[in-house]
Design a protein around this ligand. Structure first.
Ligand SMILES: Cc1cc2nc3c(=O)[nH]c(=O)nc-3n(C[C@H](O)[C@H](O)[C@H](O)COP(=O)(O)OP(=O)(O)OC[C@H]3O[C@@H](n4cnc5c(N)ncnc54)[C@H](O)[C@@H]3O)c2cc1C
Ligand code: SF4
Length: 341
């Protein structure tokens, strides 16, 4: 049986109290939200914090406020998020992404903040300590070689969060709170394309809130490729958000690929190509071709990297057809094992 390493447990009741503990303990402390990723990682020896700080008692982190746009507390569980009808109707890509995270039981515990901060994944890393010891560990933890690309000086572990690509496509911003103050940044700026140092987050910062802009004129969708429909991490994710004018011309667009690098990849070239056009089949084909260029899937997840790259234009095609208004629900069910909503 894998056991948790020893740690001191802290259960603050306010954000200020939590921030003060983090300021005091620094990188010796880690935040525990739902624990569905962190606790298994601790059992595998990937993280060994001396202090664990749960956010569970801070009720303000579960608030959802609807004003100009939407503010979602980082402590909201994915099950709670899925029951929110505004998110379901107006921020469809986020709702669809949350719906395909793990299993219902895990979504009851898992939080939005934990999903955004999810550790990057790799077949050589997500293993027991004994397994990793047998290969002399790797660059991401306790070793000095990357077994995926032995000449690589950086870790290529994969960003495997479902909600982050959707939120980046929706233009989300996040609030980070610490004893020193707070900052609001665009979610895409929260990530580095580095499997080891994948977050632009100081050890004393708490992700408190996700901020979404009003959605008038925007449509969005999320498509996930995985081996099993019941549950599996993404091996490719496509999130698309498009703003249409009244005559169906694309006024603005954001196209994001997940699980093809160590961060969600925003294809500005593909979005720029779309803007000012109507989404016909030829435009869809070309957008898919352009967006796929930024993806560099490597051999550290399920399914073959060249095949994962090859199907990207297809997944973008599905997403764009869906935001254009085509009924492709049977295709979604068959290909992505998902219902639309
Ligand atoms: C069997 C299984 C299948 C899974 N499948 C999927 C899947 O398909 N897709 C997917 O995206 N995930 C999947 N997961 C991973 C995980 O369940 C989810 O990503 C979940 O949303 C993580 O949220 P959590 O609240 O449990 O995070 P935790 O495990 O509590 O934390 C995760 C990380 O985020 C940090 N953190 C948490 N909250 C904050 C905050 N507010 N501020 C700063 N840092 C914070 C923690 O310190 C930790 O580093 C799966 C997990 C399991 C066990
Ligand atoms: S990509 Fe390389 S360094 Fe990163 S976890 Fe995998 S084997 Fe380790």
């Amino acid at each position: 049986m894998m056991r948790l390493p020893p740690f001191r447990f802290h259960a603050p009741e306010t954000l200020e109290e939590a921030a003060a503990i983090l300021a005091d303990k620094g990188s010796d402390a880690m935040i525990l939200a739902g624990g569905t990723d962190l606790l298994p990682n601790m059992k595998r020896g990937q993280h060994t914090p001396k202090h664990l700080l749960t956010l569970r008692r801070i009720s303000s982190l579960r608030d959802v406020r609807n004003g100009s746009g939407l503010s979602i507390g980082a402590g909201l569980t994915l099950t709670q998020l899925l029951s929110n009808q505004t998110i379901r109707k107006d921020y469809t890509a986020l709702w669809q992404a949350a719906k395909v995270v793990a299993t219902p039981q895990l979504r009851n515990m898992a939080t939005l903040g934990g999903n955004i901060c999810l550790d990057t994944r790799c077949n050589f890393y997500d293993q027991s300590k004994e397994w990793r010891k047998a290969i002399n560990y790797c660059l991401k933890k306790d070793g000095d070689t990357c077994w995926v690309a032995t000449s690589s000086k950086t870790c290529l572990a994969v960003s495997s969060t479902d909600t982050a690509p959707a939120l980046v496509a929706l233009g989300a911003r996040i609030r980070l709170v610490s004893s020193a103050g707070e900052r609001v940044i665009r979610l895409e700026d929260f990530y580095n394309n580095d499997g080891l140092d994948y977050l632009n987050r100081r050890a004393d910062e708490i992700l408190s809130e996700v901020i979404l802009e009003p959605v008038s004129g925007w449509k969005s969708t999320y498509w996930k490729l995985r081996r099993r429909g019941s549950f599996d991490f993404p091996v490719l994710a496509v999130a698309v958000a498009v703003k249409f004018t009244d005559d169906g011309t694309v006024e603005d667009a954001r196209i994001v690929l997940g699980a093809v690098a160590s961060m969600p990849m925003l294809s500005t070239d593909a979005a720029e190509f779309l803007i000012g056009k109507k989404i016909d089949d030829e435009v869809i084909r070309e957008t898919g071709r352009i967006a796929a260029k930024i993806a560099r899937p490597v051999n550290n997840t399920d399914l073959d990297p060249p095949w994962r790259k090859k199907v990207i234009p297809e997944f973008i095609r599905y997403a764009l057809r869906e935001v254009r208004g085509d009924d492709i629900s049977s295709l979604r069910q068959r290909v992505a094992h998902q219902s639309r909503s």
